[in-house]
Write a protein that binds this ligand. Structure first.
Ligand code: SAH
Ligand code: SF4
Length: 341
């Protein structure tokens, strides 16, 4: 079956004319899809013959809310969505940066196996299609009755390991007739697949790139992130510089502070030296404890000391406010519980 919601406007037009119907029908169908219809029979201005044809060869991707948790502390909402085949992913809706932001998933599970990550511990099931990424945003928007202005690809999965679908999603989400979210309002987070960062840079999209570093050198990094063995930090940082040169967009480094693993002053010094002079920003995040990992958050004093050392090297760093700490808002945690129960 054909995933009609993953088609671009041009593709939909060619597809409809190939079926022997006039081109203008494509925009009518696109309009209905953007409105969030889930059944071709809801497309009232489309002739019955075309609806029947579409039903026999296409499907409309949906994200169904299986579970929802609302934080008592802030308005953060965590969703567990299921798709047409029953696979589930998580998304988190946050009131952040002067508007509503959503953190969406790009894969069911993840192949990268980071040891601190609930998603990484659950293995990999499949890639998400572009329409399934869009459907998460649309479903949350409808449920919460808000307009979402920012999107972060920081949920389950490694976006650059699902490159073609993610790039297609970026094209669709920016479409004026659709969600119309500009590239500058989108952040893609990667664990550091170096060749894919170069590929992304070539597209010169104006999206923000976040890179999960979590260590100042390969030896410490490889203890928690297997990807460090494939792509050494030196190559990764070079790719980040190239990304900035190609796009003019400053790269953000994510650094989860894990007590006794990567949070010592020596780690901060080493990181400061490596990032000195680079056009970047460091987000320090106290690690979210995931059952079975044994990792604990660094205390406040450690967090501050780490940030101060980076500042002494001229590297700007902020300790990120954690939202939804009572609702397993770190992606992968809710799904793990759901699947276990
Ligand atoms: N695969 C991509 C994006 C999804 S993970 C990546 O790794 O960047 C989104 C972010 O959450 C990453 O920075 C990741 O390192 C971080 N993360 C995963 N588990 C975490 C945990 N238990 N505590 C804090 N951050 C975590
Ligand atoms: Fe995958 Fe990112 Fe989790 Fe690593 S941190 S396992 S790359 S989702």
């Amino acid at each position: 079956m054909i995933d009609i919601k993953s088609m671009t406007r041009d593709e939909l037009q060619s597809f409809i004319t190939e079926q022997g119907f006039p081109r203008f029908r494509a925009d009518q169908i696109g309009g209905w899809l953007n409105k969030g219809v889930t059944d071709f029979d809801e497309m009232r201005n489309i002739p019955a013959e075309l609806r029947k044809k579409l039903k026999s060869i296409c499907y409309i991707s949906v994200a169904i809310i299986e579970k929802k948790q609302v934080s008592r502390y802030d308005k953060t909402v965590k969703y567990l969505f299921s798709f047409n085949d029953g696979e589930c992913v998580e998304a988190v809706l946050m009131d952040y940066h002067h508007g509503m932001s959503i953190c969406i998933s790009t894969q069911v599970g993840c192949r990268m196996g980071c040891t601190f990550c609930a998603t990484g511990k659950s293995g990999f099931s499949r890639d998400l299609t572009a329409s399934e990424m869009l459907a998460q945003i649309e479903a949350a928007q409808r449920d919460a009755g808000v307009r979402i202005s920012n999107v972060v690809l920081m949920g389950m999965g490694e976006p650059l390991d699902n490159f073609d679908n993610v790039v297609r999603f970026l094209e669709l989400v920016g479409c004026e007739q659709g969600l119309n979210i500009g590239m500058r309002h989108i952040t893609l987070s990667t664990c550091g697949l170096v060749p894919k960062i170069y590929e992304l840079a070539k597209l010169k999209l104006q999206i923000n790139l976040a890179v999960s570093l979590h260590a100042p050198n390969d030896e410490i990094r490889a203890r928690t992130m297997p990807v460090a063995k494939a792509y050494p930090m030196e190559q990764l940082l070079k790719a980040c510089r190239d990304y900035f040169d190609a796009t003019g967009r400053r790269v953000t480094f994510e650094y989860a502070l894990i007590s006794g693993v990567n949070d010592g002053d020596a780690c901060a010094e080493e990181l400061g030296k490596k990032l000195r002079g680079m056009n970047c920003h460091v987000n320090l995040i106290p690690v979210n404890s995931v059952e079975g990992t044994g990792y604990l958050k660094s205390n406040l004093q450690r967090q501050q000391s780490f940030a101060n050392i980076l500042a002494a090297y001229g590297v700007t760093a902020t300790v990120r406010r954690t939202l939804g700490s009572d609702i397993d808002a770190s992606c992968g945690q809710l799904r793990r519980k759901y699947i276990k129960n």
